[in-house]
Design a binder for this molecule. Structure first.
Ligand code: MSP
Length: 514
């Protein structure tokens, strides 16, 4: 069995989870589910990033110890996962002993090899970004960009990791592995970044300034820089599980590709003599109604409340249908409703309704055998074969938005087929040939619905379970078989009725807001 290891970024716990965090988990879950379905032995890791200045500061403001603060917020992040129907295999917290131990081991190992040295640093430091700044980071007018927050001039001794000595190796590695970062244009950005000489990475913070971190094993007066600590989670979580490392994909947002993942992490692994992940997927960012999501402006959707109102699968579907992986997207209530009503309620939901309704009305609730196929059946079947082949290719290239569009086009075609055959008319006829055609059309509707469900499973798993239930069946464990056209439902007893997605009325619009 092929091992497949996939991770998300680990979220900072200095605020509650928002839509952006939810998207990344769902995207990763979709890929994990696809691979599980294909027969891989999947390990799916997510978690939280708990150390660093921001957490220390926020906890202080709240007047509670940092560990207590982390416990509270981490619980919120963890509780969101089942609400999104995200089936992760593990959840890591960077304050866990299993993680701290590995961070310290790697640091010690790099120190012993001479990859880490102590030096005096004098310069500017941004607390908000927890990073040292250089002259080139200033605005043209000499001020510091707002994203750095308060900038102070400091002189201190610190430990540095020899990033620079690996620069040439990294450039060569990326040149030889041109699909290391998805999408490709992001890989170009990494190479662009590497045109400037790298500085060695300061991997420590003096304890008097920052207590909330992992002490360096070789000098307890310092704690580990939060990125060095956090990146190690991908490895520390599986260090005791043979055959899992290296990861297949790290799924992250575009903001943390360069330099943390593409530069620091790759070089940390190389220096530690560990295999590199097979690739990094850098997704885009969601804005909300055209603006950056921000708590201070109230421009934020709480994903838990949102799915409580519209359903987990409505959000999952929207995320994957709307965003092209790697590009940015905007979340608006109107667009959400439009997709929900058109694709889920009126197309997929309607097909299930009609199938149940007519099978009950004209066939005693039992899916009949399909008779000889006429032209409409042959056309639908040909469209299925084409859709299946296309969708598999699109999945491979992470083109999920187009894959869903194609899958829904097959559902639309099935609804059009129903209009053409008009079983409600055939059901009233007393001709034997009409009876045969009626049975064929009922069988074909149910079969097409079953097949569409096979391609929708990774995206809207809860809904697909309901569809299977309503069609009175358990899906085949062999997914290739599940995707084959051919009367699998004959004799199945269907449910009396089921509404998958109640239409959102225009009046409810006010309900979809921040
Ligand atoms: N803790 C670091 C990651 C360490 S990984 C070893 C971090 N945390 S974060 O909470 O700020 O972000 C977590 C993930 O959420 C990142 O991949 C980030 O890109 C993603 N998103 C945060 N806001 C987002 C949107 N508005 N839209 C989509 N994803 C967004 O960075």
């Amino acid at each position: 069995m092929n091992n497949f290891y996939i991770t998300t970024a680990i979220d900072y716990v200095n605020g509650s989870p928002h839509l952006g965090h939810a998207y990344e988990k769902v995207l990763t879950d979709v890929i994990a589910r696809i691979r599980r379905m294909m027969g891989d032995k999947v390990h799916f890791l997510t978690g939280v990033d708990e150390h660093g200045q921001k957490v220390q500061q926020t906890a202080r403001k709240r007047g509670i110890p940092p560990q207590q603060f982390c416990d509270e917020i981490s619980a919120e992040f963890r509780a969101l996962l089942p609400k999104l129907n995200v089936a992760n295999d593990d959840f890591i917290r960077t304050t866990e002993e299993r993680h701290k131990r590995v961070v310290r081991d790697i640091l010690q190992q790099l120190f012993d090899k001479g990859e880490i040295y102590k030096a005096e640093y004098q310069g500017y430091y941004s607390t908000r970004q927890e990073q040292f700044l250089q002259e080139k980071d200033r605005n043209p007018d000499g001020t510091w960009p707002e994203l750095f927050g308060e900038v102070t001039e400091i002189t201190e001794s610190n430990y540095f990791f020899k990033l620079r000595s690996y620069q040439a190796w990294l450039v060569q590695f990326l040149t030889e592995n041109e699909n290391f970062v998805f999408p490709k244009f992001r890989q170009k950005q990494v190479l662009e970044f590497l045109k400037e000489p790298l500085n060695d990475l300061c991997i420590s913070r003096p304890r008097e300034r920052l207590e909330w971190g992992i002490p360096l094993p070789f000098d307890e007066d310092f704690v580990t820089y939060v990125w060095f600590d956090a990146l190690t989670n991908y490895y520390s979580a599986v260090v005791d599980q043979p055959g899992v490392w290296p990861a297949d994909w790290h799924v992250i947002g575009k903001d943390i590709l360069v330099p943390p993942h593409a530069v620091y992490w790759t070089i940390m692994l190389k220096a530690a003599g560990l295999p590199l992940p097979k690739g990094i997927i850098a997704h885009g960012w969601w804005s909300f109604k055209g603006a950056k999501m921000s708590k201070s402006t109230g421009n934020v959707i709480e994903p838990g409340a949102f799915v409580a109102e519209y359903g987990t699968d409505a959000l999952r579907y929207f995320f994957l249908r709307e965003m092209s992986v790697g590009q940015d997207s905007d979340f608006t209530d109107l667009q959400f409703q439009a997709r929900y009503n058109a694709d889920l309620a009126n197309n997929l939901g309607n097909l299930l309704n009609r199938t149940l309704n007519m099978t009950n009305r004209f066939a005693g609730g039992v899916v009949p055998a399909a008779g000889a196929a006429g032209e409409p059946e042959a056309e639908l079947r040909a469209l299925w074969e084409q859709t299946r082949a296309e969708v598999l290719k699109l999945w491979d290239g992470f083109q999920f938005h187009i894959a869903l569009e194609r899958t829904m086009a097959f559902v639309t075609a099935t609804n059009a087929y129903v209009e053409k055959r008009a079983p409600w008319k055939l059901g009233k006829s007393i001709e034997a040939s009409d009876r045969a055609l009626l049975e064929t059309s009922l069988a074909t509707m149910a079969e097409s619905l079953r097949l569409a469900a096979a391609l929708l499973g990774p995206f809207i798993p809860g809904t697909v379970d309901k569809i299977h239930g309503a069609l009175g069946r358990t899906p085949a464990t062999d997914w290739t078989k599940e995707c084959q056209w051919g009367g699998c439902l004959q004799g199945a007893k269907v449910a009396p009725s089921l509404v998958l997605f109640p239409r959102i009325q225009a009046d409810d619009k006010a309900a979809v807001k921040s």
